[in-house]
Ligand binder design. Structure first.
Ligand code: UDP
Length: 239
């Protein structure tokens, strides 16, 4: 008998760095393929998956290559970087038997279709994976905020923030051997302890909309599946 997932609709936030693997920048194909396998597994369980993809592996508007640039211009470059990542991700998904649809917050119609909420909902109902590109479409925001926004818009039950660490720790586990992982904590606790899970705008949006965030490791095999099955994996941040 098929087991039904605890979460029927999820918003998965993948940072640009997640696509780099062990490379210094850019897109590591093997890493993407592994990630897509994890995503394919949860769609087979019947979960609807929407992805917000970052762009930090290619361009980051507030640091690095943008020094001296106009902030808004640099941010538009960052958003375009997320479109490249979205194309790579969707390509890998299609090759691995998933049907992916990229929707951009910035009009770029010869390349990908624009974000239209009812259409995104329709794709999700049809079992397609929707990849949201170009963040929120606005400078001065981040793809974490886009994840909170799209998550709320599509009625996702949870925002899954994929990181390289398997949750939120009391201190940096690489520096402090006594650091322990939180199984869960409230938004208020996370804010008062300054744990830096997401930027403040993203965090405030999730808290106000009572949209829980689960931080988990995307490189730990099977972790995404356990999260979708409702198992104690990573750290749950709740309102
Ligand atoms: N960005 C933006 N508005 C958005 C989302 C992203 O201006 O709504 C720009 C911003 O410059 C950011 C870059 O795109 O630095 C890449 O996004 P982000 O840093 O969130 O990517 P990640 O860290 O997840 O790879």
């Amino acid at each position: 008998t098929p087991v039904s997932p605890a979460h029927k609709r999820i918003l998965l936030k993948l940072s640009g760095e997640a696509l780099m693997g062990d490379d210094a920048f850019g897109i590591n194909r093997a890493t993407i393929v592994r990630m897509v396998e994890e995503i394919a597994e949860v769609t087979r369980l019947g979960a609807q998956v929407a992805v917000v993809i970052g762009g930090g592996n290619i361009f980051r508007g507030v640091a690095g290559g943008s020094v001296g640039m106009d902030r808004a211009t640099a941010d538009y470059m960052g958003m375009l970087a997320t479109v490249m990542n979205a194309l790579a991700l969707a390509d890998a998904m299609d090759k691995q038997g998933l049907t992916a649809r990229v929707m951009s917050a910035i009009a770029i119609e010869q390349v990908v279709e624009p974000y239209v909420r009812p259409k995104a909902l329709q794709y999700l109902e049809e079992g397609k994976v929707v990849v949201f590109a170009a963040g929120t479409g606005n400078p001065f925001f981040t793809t974490d905020t886009a994840a909170a926004l799209r998550g709320a818009e599509i009625g996702a039950e949870v925002v899954l923030k994929a990181t390289k660490v398997d949750g939120v720790y009391t201190a940096d586990p690489h520096k402090d051997p006594t650091a322990t992982r939180y199984s869960k904590l409230s938004f208020d606790e996370a804010m008062s302890r300054n744990l830096g899970i997401m930027d403040a705008t993203a965090f405030a949006l999730c808290r106000d909309q009572r949209l829980p965030v689960r931080v988990f490791s995307i490189i730990k095999h099977g972790a995404l599946k356990r999260v979708v099955m409702g198992e104690d994996e990573g750290t749950l941040v709740y309102a």
